[in-house]
Design a protein around this ligand. Structure first.
Ligand code: 16G
Ligand code: ZN
Length: 536
């Protein structure tokens, strides 16, 4: 009861702004930063409860609004595995974030603690929450509010890990809970060691490595990349632009989301860069896309699908070198994956499965394979290795003769499993893997781009009174509601060569999204527009 009294007291400091309706959604709570104090405070409480429920374990709490505008902010929770908060707890997150008075908040918490059988106040510090934030100016004060929330649950401590990329925090939480070294420098150490190992395993150097230019979205990713280059990978030739130091605004006409959606050069890039290999991170560095300038402000985009294809090709090559069939390799895409990429992957003989939009959905499906590669077209993705497969590889490595093809393939796979973030998609580790594979293959960015040619596509967003009126199948490829709409969409699709289209309610905005692709840009545009008309 003293516990509850202290909660009541601290929750008084953070009243809920009027008319704020929040939903944990696809990627945590997001909104205008000035409205979020009470939300992060409450999520702080939730994180402590999660830590107590799963004790002994450390939970992560990240303050970021990713690719959204700089005045927004948000919060999401990392589970002990380093993955997203279990979906079972999302309804509770929604309830407490929207509780309209301290009394209601405390009642909800009390009820939840009982239902989940969480024991509080056993004495000593038993719960731990690690906090990270991106470079948004609102981050620091929101982090303080989260800390107050965390420590208002007795026995729980908040540890401020400072400015981090989202994937760094997830990595650190995962490492901590596995009993491994879990500082930021351990992260850099682990990435750079496995990167160098992969470079050393390149059979014949076919290509002089050329400079990569990185667009850091004026966010945390560019800064961290520079730290990695300065302290750990001095020989890697990367020029970082849009670091945020030169007056640029976070995510404004820069970054992976901008480049992927607008398909034009980000600020700071132009005609002088024609043909040069370039990459973009988003604001919290969990998305990565590549591009090169073709002329003027036009670019050729190498999106998440193309990164996935490159990774799949490389992993498959290594697995094929192993004696016997030891593993199941699978790739996971969403309905947004370009149809040409899906054809390409199937052509490689790969098992391609589809998941609903949102990292947690892809991650879950990829984890069903021994090696599961997932990517959203927007550039979020990673490669998951099952623990049993990694132990098998490590065991095998000992028996094989050093320097044999099979030994090298096994060593590459083990190194990839250490390089690529096992918790979430990570732009920094993804970039390092792309760079090493290009060198391994002896490919330029142009050559990589030729793996397949994207089908022209178009996206439209439609504002509707109630987006929940649209209900889709689990893979979002077909609409079940409103009744009859799918037949009408099919009728439109039939009119176009290689036509494909779907609609889905956004998980982050109050809109219904339309995706269309076809063999020509005119056709894709026209299909997109006519499907949008059906939604209105
Ligand atoms: C969030 C998701 C991203 C997804 C996007 C879709 C995470 C970490 N992020 O940003 O994966 O592509 O939402 O947005 O899960 P939408 O529902 O508005 O189309
Ligand atoms: Zn992001």
């Amino acid at each position: 009861e003293t516990q509850i009294a202290s909660l009541l007291k601290s929750s008084d400091i953070f009243p809920l702004p009027q008319s704020l309706k929040l939903s944990y959604g696809t990627a945590g709570f997001r909104g205008d930063a000035s409205l979020l104090d009470s939300t992060v405070y409450r999520v702080g409480i939730l994180s402590s409860l999660r830590s107590l429920k799963l004790k002994p374990s450390t939970i992560g709490l990240m303050i970021t609004a990713s690719h959204n505008r700089v005045s927004d902010n948000g919060i999401k929770v990392a589970d002990p595995s380093g993955g997203m908060l279990s979906q079972e707890w999302e309804p509770f997150a929604d309830q407490i974030a929207n509780a309209s008075s301290p009394q209601e908040l405390v009642a909800l918490i009390r009820e939840f603690i009982e239902r989940e059988e969480i024991s509080i106040g056993g004495g000593g510090d038993v719960g731990e929450v690690w906090l990270g934030r991106d470079t948004r100016p609102s981050g620091e004060s929101l982090l303080r509010a989260a800390e107050i929330g965390v420590s208002s649950v007795s026995g729980c401590v908040a540890v401020d890990k400072g400015v981090l990329t989202t994937p760094q925090l997830h990595w650190m939480v995962r490492a901590k809970n596995k009993g491994l070294n879990a500082t930021e420098s351990d992260y850099f150490e682990s990435l750079s060691t496995s990167f160098k190992c992969l470079i050393d395993l390149i059979p014949v150097k076919k290509l002089e490595s050329s400079k990569l230019v990185l667009d850091g979205a004026n966010g945390v990713g560019g800064e961290k990349m520079e730290e990695l280059l300065r302290g750990y990978l001095r020989n890697l030739d990367v020029e970082v632009r849009n670091t945020g130091r030169d007056g640029g605004v976070l995510n404004e006409s820069v970054g992976a989301d901008f480049v992927q959606k607008e398909k034009v050069v980000p600020l700071g890039f132009g005609v002088n860069d024609v043909g040069v290999r370039c990459a973009s991170f988003d604001g919290d560095a969990d998305r990565l896309v590549y591009f090169y300038v073709s002329s003027g402000d036009k670019i050729e985009l190498l999106d998440g699908d193309k990164i996935l294809s490159l990774f799949a090709l490389f992993i498959k090559e290594q697995l094929n070198t192993l004696e016997g069939k030891l593993s199941r390799l699978g790739v996971v895409q969403t309905a947004y994956a370009n149809g040409a990429s899906t054809d390409y992957l199937k052509g490689l003989g790969l098992d391609v499965v589809f998941a609903k939009t949102g990292v947690k959905h892809l991650h879950e499906k990829a984890a069903e394979f021994d090696v599961g590669i997932y990517f959203e077209a927007n550039g979020h993705g990673t490669i998951l290795f099952s623990e049993s497969f990694v132990s098998l590889l490590v065991g095998k490595q000992k028996d094989l003769s050093e320097g044999s093809d099979e030994y090298n393939a096994v060593s590459r796979l083990v190194a990839v499993s250490n390089l690529i973030n096992q918790a979430v998609g990570d732009a920094i580790s993804g970039l390092l893997l792309v760079e090493v594979i290009l060198q391994h293959m002896g490919w330029s960015v142009q050559k990589w781009n030729e793996l397949y040619k994207d089908l022209p596509s178009r996206q439209v967003k439609v504002e509707v009174p109630d987006r929940t009126a649209v209900v889709t199948t689990s893979e979002e490829t077909e609409a079940l509601k409103p009744l009859g709409i799918q037949d009408a969409i099919n009728g439109e699709i039939k009119k176009y060569k290689r036509g494909r289209a779907f609609i889905r309610p956004s998980g982050t905005e109050d809109v219904v999204r339309v995706y269309a692709e076809a063999s020509t840009q005119e056709d894709a545009d026209s299909l997109g527009d006519s499907v949008a008309q059906l939604v209105k």
